[in-house]
Design a protein around this ligand. Structure first.
Ligand SMILES: NC(=O)c1ccc[n+]([C@@H]2O[C@H](COP(=O)([O-])OP(=O)(O)OC[C@H]3O[C@@H](n4cnc5c(N)ncnc54)[C@H](OP(=O)(O)O)[C@@H]3O)[C@@H](O)[C@H]2O)c1
Length: 219
């Protein structure tokens, strides 16, 4: 079945695409060449080029995102807007363009990608973290809108992913998540077995407990 993977040219994209293909999914990778995912008209135009295909897309895996650090004082209005655009608006545009197709088919899977650091706030990238937190909120509202209509909406919240950019910026750690491990979870969310998983936030963390995320106090 056809799966659209946006952000396919990013750090995690190639590993996710390759791994899903190995598992038998017909992946349609979407990069900026296909469409700017901030632009609904451009995305709809790209989707229209697929309409001759015998089979409509079954799923959206929206990997598009972007990171920039910065406390509030170091965040310009331009940086604020760009983080909201790349992390939140692109998800709105992608789902807005694809949802009518999924609803018409009465089946579809929407998988969005937030971030651990947005959900357990620790500061340092306020625009990015706010945008990813808002993405989770968006997903919960969307999940309610489509409940019972054959479409599921779920969100992955990775800690650090093993990407070339992260390897340049930091010492690699065994806690890092491999794109192929992300693909395993995505593969499961796309499977018939996961048809009942809806409105979930799925944390992806490495095998060791990250020191920077202490367990919350109980009680
Ligand atoms: N890397 C991590 O440690 C980490 C941790 C937590 C969450 N995440 C999230 O996981 C996802 C994948 O991460 P990643 O490291 O692979 O991200 P990435 O390397 O920054 O890649 C992002 C992708 O999005 C594309 N993109 C950005 N703006 C776009 C637009 N307007 N239209 C179309 N495509 C656009 C980029 O294309 P161009 O190359 O053309 O700009 C790139 O392919 C992202 O949502 C990220 O925020 C990542």
């Amino acid at each position: 079945m056809k799966v659209i993977v946006t952000g396919a040219s990013g750090g995690a994209g190639p590993g996710v695409v390759e791994s899903l293909r190995e598992k038998g999914w017909e992946v349609l990778p979407a990069t900026r060449r296909e469409a700017d995912f901030r632009d609904l008209t451009a995305v709809e135009r790209w989707l229209a080029t697929l309409e001759g295909d015998a089979e409509a897309p079954f799923a959206l895996v929206h990997l598009v995102g972007g990171f920039a650090p910065g406390s509030l004082e170091k965040t310009s209005p331009q940086l604020w807007e760009s983080m909201l655009e790349v992390n939140l608006k692109t998800a709105f545009v992608a789902t807005r363009a694809l949802l009518p197709h999924f609803l018409q088919a009465k089946k579809g899977r929407i998988i969005l990608v937030a971030a651990q650091s947005a959900l357990r706030p620790r500061g340092g990238a306020i625009a990015y973290q706010t945008a990813k937190a808002a993405l989770w909120s968006f997903a919960q509202h969307l999940a309610e809108e489509v409940r019972g209509k054959g479409v599921t909406v779920n969100v992955l919240a990775p800690a650090v992913i093993d990407t070339p950019a992260n390897r340049q910026a930091m010492e690699p750690s065994p806690r890092w998540i491999q794109p192929r491990q992300m693909a395993e979870v995505i593969h499961w969310l796309l499977s018939p077995e996961a048809a009942v998983v809806h409105g979930a936030l799925i944390p992806l963390e490495g095998p060791k407990a990250p020191k920077e995320y202490p367990a919350p106090a109980l009680g």
